[in-house]
Write a protein that binds this ligand. Structure first.
Ligand SMILES: *Cc1c(COP(=O)(O)O)cnc(C)c1O
Length: 422
């Protein structure tokens, strides 16, 4: 059921026609999210249902965690089989699932070694630790002086270190002091990276396509040039593929569009099949070798259930041809979105089943459009730069894309009409 409590603020919490759980969430939950006014109770494939039995197409895909659709039978099977057989035992012992998973992930991505964590932010933190230690132990940077270069508009998670190098003021405000040792350069500008590198630079951390930043696709050839610059200066290239990886952009890894093999990669989101958090930091041997027993770890990282689901997710991705499907249907989605003629659209960007429609800020707010699309049966969400994001499950059908893009055209037309005749 859709309920109406106006803009989602503390002041009007408790208003409207909400079920018990929503009221309890508003009463007892921290308000670090502002959900759209809908309560999801069931999911299957690309569809989600609310508590009134209304069906929606999930074009949000849980920020790209739901790439396989909801409750994919094979992944649910892997989860339940493993949960019955062996759950968490910690890394104090070997288990019979982890090695198979790590081997599959390394062979698929071309990396030598992998370190399992849970959330994406943890995988990025692992990357930062590895890069710094590599700088001291291998590159020979003086102790305490290592620098990591990141990009303006980045999103790498929410820990103190990570938000410390975010360019979004709200992510940082009130959370300092932050760890030093980071500097930021414009995304898509290889010359700026070259100019920022010093003898103490350990790594360049970059999203091949910026997701939360608004589905920003860099100029073609950018990553190849960046890889060249990094190699020239003995700087590690770390690609954060937590959102862009695993087929989202029509390649297994988004960096492959530029033919680049980075020194290290982070994966997460879809790696858990939408069922549980699973992340990996993968790297060349020389980088990963800096970790010795006791240096780093995670209680749940690499647990047998995570490993079983992660392995099933990778197998499903390949065996169901979802990477190629993302390339093919992504081109269709982009063509359909670009065909919408409407003055409120400033730009349509994307790659594979990863698209953003940027609205003209003066005439429409992406948050309003997301709410209108919800009423039309399409789940999306706005991102920072007044952009509506589309990252549906990779199993989506062409007819479903057509239905969704018709709804998008209608909602935007409505907006443009209201604009013309206020
Ligand atoms: C979502 C995301 C993260 C953080 O993942 P969490 O699981 O939310 O911690 C890191 N990097 C990128 C590129 C992301 O999109």
């Amino acid at each position: 059921m859709l309920y109406d409590h106006g803009p989602e603020t503390h002041a009007n919490r408790g208003a409207g026609d909400m079920d018990g759980s929503v009221q309890l969430e508003m009463r007892y939950g921290a308000s670090n999210y502002a959900p759209l006014p809908v309560t999801i109770v069931r999911g299957k494939g690309v569809y989600l249902w609310d508590d009134g039995g209304r069906r929606y197409v999930d074009m949000m895909g849980a920020y790209s965690a739901a790439s396989f659709g909801h409750s994919h039978p094979r992944l649910v099977q892997a989860l339940t089989d493993q949960a019955r057989q062996l759950d968490t035992v910690s890394r104090a012992y070997f288990n019979d699932r982890l090695g198979v998973f790590l081997a599959r992930a390394c062979r698929l991505t071309g990396m030598d070694l992998a370190l399992p964590m849970n959330s994406g932010a943890e995988a990025v933190e692992t990357a930062l630790k590895a890069a710094r230690k590599w700088a001291y132990k291998v590159k020979g940077v003086p102790d305490g002086r290592a620098e990591i270069i990141v990009c303006d508009g980045n999103f790498h998670g929410r820990t103190i270190a990570i938000v410390g190098f975010s360019s979004v003021a709200q992510y940082r405000d009130g959370f300092g002091p932050f760890p030093p040792g980071f500097r930021s350069v414009p995304f898509g500008d290889a010359a700026a990276l070259r100019a920022a590198i010093t003898p103490n630079t350990a790594a360049f951390l970059v999203e091949p396509i910026q997701g939360e930043g608004g589905i920003i696709v860099p100029p073609s050839g950018y990553l190849a040039e960046v890889a060249h610059i990094c190699r020239e200066h003995d700087v590690l290239l770390i690609c954060d593929e937590i959102q862009s990886g695993l087929g989202r952009t029509g390649k297994l890894l988004a960096c492959q569009h530029d033919g680049v093999t980075p020194d290290a990669v982070t994966l997460g989101k879809a790696l858990g099949g939408g069922l549980l958090p699973v992340s990996l930091f993968l790297a060349r041997r020389e980088v990963m070798r800096v970790f010795s027993p006791g240096d780093h770890g995670s209680t749940f990282g690499g647990n047998p259930i995570a490993a079983a689901v992660g392995l099933a997710a990778l197998d499903t991705l390949i065996e169901e041809g979802l990477v190629e499907r993302s390339a093919r249907l992504g081109a269709h989605l982009l063509a359909r979105l670009r065909a919408i003629e409407n003055p409120v659209i400033r730009e349509v960007r994307g790659c594979g089943l990863f698209a953003g429609v940027e609205l003209d800020r003066d005439s429409a707010s992406a948050a309003t459009v997301a709410t209108q699309l919800l009423r039309a049966g399409v789940l999306t969400k706005d991102t920072h730069r007044n952009t509506i994001r589309f990252a549906p499950p990779l199993i989506i059908e062409e007819t479903q894309i057509d239905w969704v893009t018709d709804r998008v055209a209608e909602v935007l037309n409505e907006l443009a009409r209201a604009d013309a005749h206020p």
